[in-house]
Structure formats: C-alpha cells, structure tokens
Design a binder for this molecule. Structure first.
Ligand code: URA
Length: 186
C-alpha cells in the first residue's frame, strides 16, 4: 500500500503518455485524504496547470459554490481528475491518456476509500462508470460499485455554457446530500 504522497511522486515522474511533455504543473488532486466523498473531473485546464490545483478556474469557482449550496466545504472532500496533466488547448483527454492515468486514480480511491464518488461530466463517467455513458440520459442515477456509490452529473463548465442545465444539476446535488445523510456521512 502506498500513501497519497508516494502516488503523487509516481505521477510527477510519469511518462506513460504524452501529456507530461506539455503540462506546466502536475494536478494530482487536493482535499481530505480520508474524505467520504470524492469528486472527479476530466483534466486540468489553464489555471489548474499554472497552479497545480484542481478546479480553481471559472468551473472550479462554480463547483465550490455548488458544494457550499449543499453545505459541503471543499476541504472536507477530495477533488481530482481523470488525467493529472493538462491536455493541450483544453482538448478532451484521449483514450490512451485516460487509460494510462486511471492507475493513479485507482490508487487514490484505494487509499482514500470514499463512500461516494461524483463524476463531473462525461469523460469522468465514461472512465469510471461505463464507456458509453451519456450525461443527458444517465446523470443522477446511483450505481453501487465495489465499496462505493457513484453518480454522474453535469461538469460545472457545461453549466456555465448552458444555464438551463442548472435545475437538473441542483436535483443531482440534493441527491448527493441525501445519499451522504443515508450513509451517515453528515
Ligand atoms: N475542469 C476539470 O475537469 N478539471 C479541473 O481541474 C478544472 C476544470
């Protein structure tokens, strides 16, 4: 068994895909190393790549607000991404890049042992839940996977692009809050 810091160190020197060549900083993930809830996005964007922290740009600010709306502080949970290095020009991670990086996410899950995993957007859901996952059809449904429950909702960047999705996202957030209560997390 490794510690989160040890896994982060593996990532720092990882050359399993091309993304390490173009990134500025590794964005491993941050938050509570014993969190009961883990949020998983797609990959670092411009500001994340500069700062080394996940979800700090516009989408990140919205994520923080969404969490606060259900009385969760960022510090209580753990936030990470499918890929830990920024894809050039914020393109979606390619399949081989996601596959290569999933090993690190698996370690993060093994170490943190969350009870709930929330996939933000289709890239996250396709890698964690099902390769054919579509957010519009399958968001908001709970699935039991191994030791945790998993749900997918809109990526906050998608909510910034289309405000009409906010109502459904709010339903998902309330469902996350209820599941957390049911599991005695709060
Ligand atoms: N979008 C993501 O998917 N992850 C981040 O860390 C920032 C934006």
């Amino acid at each position: 068994m490794y510690t989160l810091n040890e896994v982060k160190n593996f990532c720092l020197y990882c050359k399993k895909c091309r993304l390490h060549k173009t990134r500025t900083k590794l964005v491993f993930g941050e938050g509570n190393g014993n969190a009961d809830i883990m949020f998983v996005g797609e990959g670092p964007g411009f500001y994340e790549d500069k700062s080394g922290r996940p979800f700090v740009g516009a989408a990140g600010k919205l994520l923080t607000k969404m969490l606060n709306a259900i009385n969760i502080n960022r510090e209580e949970i753990y936030i990470t991404n499918i890929v830990k290095c920024r894809p050039p020009n914020n393109r979606n991670p390619l399949e081989d890049e996601s596959k290569a990086c999933l090993e690190y996410l698996r370690w993060q899950v093994k170490i943190i042992k969350p009870k709930i995993i929330v996939c933000l957007g289709a890239v996250s859901a396709r890698n964690i839940i099902d390769k054919d996952f579509t957010i519009s059809k399958n968001r908001g449904k709970w699935i039991k996977k191994g030791d945790f429950f998993v749900i997918a909702t809109y990526h906050p960047a998608a909510l910034l692009r289309d405000e009409s999705r906010k109502r459904a996202a709010w339903d998902d957030l309330k469902s996350i809050r209820s599941k957390a209560k049911e599991l005695n997390i709060f």
